[in-house]
Design a protein. Structure first.
Length: 116
């Protein structure tokens, strides 16, 4: 494995970490920035575009007091300019459902939102 491949693998992993952080912080721009414009999100109960997924995820997240997403096993097969990745994430930790969804925001730190 050469340095360029290590850098590419790290960049891909950073996108996954920004995605998990963005979901937990309700940072729509951070989550949306993890997708290519022509991506399809297949989230089990939701299949659609990233632009439609982000508000759907917010509505789901707002049903809970807190959430915590984690990134576990990550396999990435780099083939030239393409990467084929599979990443597992356990069911997020969700605490106490809310009776009525209410706004919950955490201050997000600026982060790059360009997919790599």
């Amino acid at each position: 494995m050469d340095l360029a491949e290590l850098i590419d693998r790290h960049a891909i992993h950073q996108v996954l970490l920004r995605y998990a952080r963005g979901l937990d912080r309700l940072d729509n721009a951070l989550v949306r920035g993890c997708y290519w414009d022509d991506a399809i999100e297949d989230h089990g109960h939701f299949v659609g575009t990233p632009g439609d997924f982000v508000p759907w995820a917010d509505r789901t997240t707002l049903l809970f007091e807190t959430t915590q997403h984690a990134i576990l096993n990550h396999v990435c097969d780099l083939q030239g300019d393409e990467a084929f990745c599979e990443t597992t994430s356990p069911r997020p930790r969700w605490r106490r459902p809310r009776a009525v969804p209410t706004p919950r925001r955490s201050p997000a730190r600026p982060a790059a939102t360009v997919p790599t």
